[in-house]
Design a protein around this ligand. Structure first.
Ligand code: BEZ
Length: 234
């Protein structure tokens, strides 16, 4: 039988639209999330250990993401009653790395038909044909996909890194800068590269608070508190 292929959304694309049933009721995506950042993420299956560790970790960080105006939306190809039963089990029975009584308050989409998973390129047949891989889509308040990260079935995600991604994207937007490798709030940021010879010369001669390693690579200080005050809700 011929294998169906689906175009995968890319960074800079509008997030594909869908309506879905979730553990928090119906959602109309991304319209319901206009004005907020969203992390739409898939997991392979309910009642599995790596996914359970991920949900407990993500749910424990939900307030931190909320302060960064970021909503979480999960998805797997399991049904609604499986989702409900799994989330109840997590809250009532699982104690893991100091986390217990963890309530997953963000919506978890049921996608038995795989319609949403196919739309978002969450099914990777080489890895599994019957479940989604661990996909992460970071979507901005205008519904544009800004970051995509994929992990295989066997590897739990690093949620501190996902938080860093959200903060770095928001910092880039708010201050018109880029962020270097391993950037964290308080570290120097990258000034946009000079787009003309004149600007390159100015940069090298500038007395402004900037450190240039060469004409194309200049950084400046950006106060951690200024970043956090700008991005995080009071
Ligand atoms: C897990 O979450 O443990 C898992 C799920 C699907 C395949 C492999 C691992």
């Amino acid at each position: 039988m011929e294998e169906k292929t689906f175009a995968m959304p890319r960074i800079g694309d509008k997030a594909p639209e869908f309506k879905a049933v979730t553990t928090q009721g119906q959602i109309n995506f991304p319209a319901d999330y206009s004005g907020s950042w969203v992390i739409l993420f898939s997991h392979p299956a309910d009642f599995t250990p790596v996914c359970t560790s991920e949900f407990m970790t993500f749910a424990s960080m939900a307030d931190k993401f909320e302060k960064a105006n970021t909503k979480l939306v999960g998805l797997s190809v399991d049904g609604l009653y499986s989702h409900i039963a799994w989330l109840r089990t997590i809250k009532e029975k699982i104690e893991y790395r100091g986390m217990k009584d963890v309530e997953v308050k963000f919506p978890l989409i049921e996608d038995i038909t795989m319609e949403v998973a196919q739309k978002y390129g969450m099914i990777m047949p080489g890895e599994a044909t019957t479940k989604a891989v661990r996909a992460v889509f970071v979507i901005d308040p205008k519904g544009i996909i800004r970051t995509i990260i994929y992990y295989p079935l066997s590897m739990g995600r690093n949620f501190d890194e996902l938080y860093r991604v959200v903060i770095a994207l928001q910092t880039a937007d708010a201050f018109s800068v880029a962020t270097p490798a391993d950037w964290q709030p308080g570290d120097d940021v990258i000034v946009p590269t000079a787009g003309s010879c004149g600007v390159a010369k100015e940069r090298m001669e500038s007395k402004e608070e900037m450190k240039c390693y060469d004409w194309f690579f200049c950084t400046k200080k950006l106060d951690k508190q200024k970043v956090l005050d700008t991005i995080l809700k009071k």
